[in-house]
Design a protein around this ligand. Structure first.
Ligand code: SF4
Length: 317
């Protein structure tokens, strides 16, 4: 069993197998509805069904206009932009989630590369679904992906890591926390944040240093912003290597020379793209003793999400 907080993740309903598509079918995604499903609480949203379109229904597309792209039915030419926009505004008011997975290629839900038409011609292929655009504007630091991009191992790992980080933060801020708890929360995330964005980590640290001086509300808002900013930046190989060496440095006293050399070599292999991150991370955890073991055990860097998801097993390109 894992003791991770369960992220709440909004998802385009069709990706979870609900028969809500224009053709009466679904677009069930095996990773989302299979591997990830046991660890996540889904908030299923189909904006086209929620504004009263049935399934099956007429197909929609984006059309160019002076007011920006409009969402229009293909044959009967009904403009649905206002209804979808109002729905998005309602959702923005109540949406409290740790991430969102949108269906790709949809004029309502698509995040990237949706064609915008003028007449029969696609004049721009960089459009964004009308509903998705409103959500992204309202929550710029929310982890967001579409199911197509989640087929990429690194993007999948990054997204899953972020939703679990957001979930821990949400659970923490909803708890009856005190200043010292914020210090401990920040400390547990040190290595993970450093692997993403050292500057945002330091900014979060400055906020933590004001614990006990400023109000809880101000601290929570500023800390959440710095924390989410850190995780919005992709963790880089170089920063992972720095973190691994930092942890190795903490363990030096308790390691004999052979083990230390072994760890240095494995970190170098990761840096060179010969082994996955899970190899040095697992070995560090395995060799940690005494105080270092406690520190490593407590760091979210070493267990950013349930182990069963086995996401750190790809070799960096
Ligand atoms: S892509 Fe969005 S609007 Fe289309 S069926 Fe899926 S959830 Fe509904």
């Amino acid at each position: 069993m894992n003791s991770q907080v369960r992220p709440k993740v909004a998802v385009s309903s069709c990706l979870m197998g609900e028969p809500v598509r224009f053709n009466g079918g679904h677009s069930r995604d095996r990773f989302l509805s299979g591997e990830l499903d046991p660890y996540v609480d889904w908030v299923r949203i189909c904006p086209e069904m929620e504004i009263g379109l049935g399934s099956p229904r007429e197909t929609l597309r984006l059309e160019r206009s002076s007011r920006g792209p409009r969402l229009v039915t293909r044959k009967t030419r009904v403009d649905l932009t206002g209804r979808i926009t109002s729905l998005a505004a309602e959702r923005v008011r109540v949406l409290d989630v740790d991430g969102y997975v949108f269906k790709s290629k949809s004029p309502s839900c698509g995040v990237h590369g949706i064609p915008v038409y003028a007449g029969d011609t696609a004049v721009d292929r960089r459009g964004r679904g009308v509903f998705a655009a409103r959500i992204l504007d309202a929550f710029p630091l929310l982890p967001v992906e579409d199911e197509g991009r989640l087929n990429d191992a690194l993007l999948r790992e990054t997204f899953v890591e972020r939703i679990f980080a957001h979930a821990r933060l949400r659970a923490f801020l909803e708890s009856d926390w005190r200043a010292r708890d914020l210090v401990a929360f920040h400390s547990r995330h040190k290595m993970q944040m450093l692997a993403h964005d050292p500057a945002a980590y330091r900014e979060a640290g400055r906020v933590v240093a004001q614990a006990g001086v400023r109000s809880r509300e101000e601290l929570a808002a500023d800390y959440a912003h710095a924390f989410r900013t850190a995780f919005a930046r992709k963790a880089g190989i170089g920063r992972h290597v720095n973190v691994l060496h930092h942890c190795l440095g903490m363990m030096s006293d308790s390691l004999d020379q052979a083990r230390r050399a072994d760890l240095v070599e494995v970190i170098a292999s990761y840096q060179a793209g010969r082994v996955a991150l899970s190899v040095p991370a697992t070995l560090l955890r395995h060799h940690a003793r005494g105080e270092a073991a406690e520190y490593v055990r407590d760091q979210t860097y070493f267990s950013p999400y349930p182990e069963e998801l086995r996401l750190r097993n790809h070799v960096p390109a």
